[in-house]
Design a protein around this ligand. Sequence first.
Ligand SMILES: Nc1ncnc2c1ncn2[C@@H]1O[C@H](COP(=O)(O)OP(=O)(O)OP(=O)(O)O)[C@@H](O)[C@H]1O
Length: 626
Amino acid sequence: MEERPQIGCVEDLATLTKLDEQILLEELQERYNRDLIYTYVGDILIAVNPFKDIGIYGKKETEKYKNAKKSSNPPHIFAVSDMAFQSISGYGGLLPKDQCILISGESGAGKTESTKLIIKQLIELSHGNSQIEQQILQVNPLLEAFGNAQTLMNDNSSRFGKYIQLRFLDGQVKGAKISEYLLEKSRVVGQHEKEENFHIFYYLFAGQRENTTTNLHLKDPNKFRYLTNGAEHFNSDLPHLAKEYRELLNSMDLVGFTDSEQETLFTMIAGILHLGNIKFETNEENDETLVSNPGDDLQTAASLLNIDADELQSCLTSMIAVAGGEYMKINYSKSKAADCRDALSKAIYGRLFGWIVNKINQLLAPEQLSYRQEYREIGILDIFGFEHFEKNSFEQACINLANEQLQFFFNQHIFKMEQEEYMKEGIDWTEIEFVDNKPLLDMFLIKPVGIISLLDEECQFPKATNKTFVEKLNQNFHKHPNFQKSHQSTSPLFTIHHYAGKVTYDTNQWLEKNRDTLPEGISDIMKSSKNKLIKTLFQVKVSQDAKRKATVGTKFKRSLHMLMEKMTRSSPIFVRCLKPNHNKRAGEFNNAYIQAQLLYTGMLETTKIRREGFAIRPPFSEFVER
Ligand SMILES: Nc1ncnc2c1ncn2[C@@H]1O[C@H](COP(=O)(O)OP(=O)(O)OP(=O)(O)O)[C@@H](O)[C@H]1O
């Protein structure tokens, strides 16, 4: 029997004669102790977050990983950029091929940092001085200001998924395109304890203090309801926020946003903050709900959004219905009016974010090519990891569905490669079983009886409720091996056995979240805004989606499908980010914790298969708490 090399010295664990959980963990831990955060397992790069600057991303490393052989340097995130770049450039006489890099891991594991490092190195490889390259590098502060927030897991957590496609011609970056997935809009109107709203809300106050913005009527940040947990962090960190604010302005200039666009963005953010402070009271005599502080925040919000304050009040508190050819005013209750206000705030923010991404895409779009030329592409996917909270809603179902899709893709790729290996060696591939999550994907995606289609169907019935939806699920899936109905017959809950463990979903609000429609009259008033940008955001797009009134679930399903198609046409590289400890700032290596993460990313199973080719069953164990 061959002797095992010294622990921590093996750079590609797939080269070990024996590899199991124990060995994998020992190797990772020892390497981590020596600040060797990167390790290969075949063509997967494992990155363990060091939570400190270990000085390995400077000029020296940049040069070392240019056009190098993978085996001639220690594992590194720059090597991933180099591999992808070599592949699109057709080095070594190979046919140039599009690439995708899939970065996965839980919140705070280092996905976004890895994405930035990969892009930075790709720009270096492409010679790195053109205007478009500088613009691409400047996109991050902008996206992070509007799309990231401080959470319990990560001070700078991306609250949306993204796929960045870099387009190359003759080895030079010529443009980029960003697709965003599922921005967490609910954060705009409230945050969990010890969490914050999107960074931009705090930068704005810092900007106001610096007197560089127009009057946004921002008083004490503690006075705004949408900054749920006050502004403690804001006061202690003002110089940092002011710096981030200036950096944001700078990046907006460099990416190409005009002064007037920038001003409108800030005005809208301030408008949302003031909307959040609007309060309501109901007159018990005539059941009429009105804004209880009309002279104050209502006026300010309306003036910042450039709409009429009276009309805003009336569409937040009532709707007009037509009955028997007559118009009737229907008053909202106090709580319905508050829901309506929050729905408007979320809609403004969501559309604003979508607009920013579109604008970036316009500014970074590569030129049209003549018919003989063709761009090569490197796509980088930085997407939320598997989620399992005490209460899991529609958002968690979408996120976990995306992770199931990626796991499926990962399995397909790894097994396809194995199959080729085995065929070469004359081993009968068909005898090997693997974690096949196709039945689970079908349960979500097929038409007309997948979970998403059934949800869409319920959304069309005005009388449907979340309970009728669960009944349909129970009827259709009670025999499905991945589905478990609740023991209580009228429960709004159902459980899914994901590849990463069991998750119980609560269907409360699923119909509303899936429809995502704005209350009557709200779009009209926003369309009447005298600000051109605000008006445009609410103008109905006559797109296919608008015509079909596509729901959130269906749009998400479609974008996942498109993403998978794109990825299937490229050759993939996998980066698995691991977080050494539950505590977001502690860089302490915790064996059991890392093991749980490896398990739920399916890493251990696929590693075993890669090494030993034996049959395994899905790990339907209880989910390991994060
Ligand atoms: N390679 C690295 N070197 C040093 N610190 C790192 C590295 N990668 C990540 N970090 C630290 O970890 C923090 C979290 O990383 P990052 O934001 O990339 O996580 P994430 O996986 O994208 O999380 P989320 O899903 O919440 O967006 C960073 O702000 C940084 O402090």
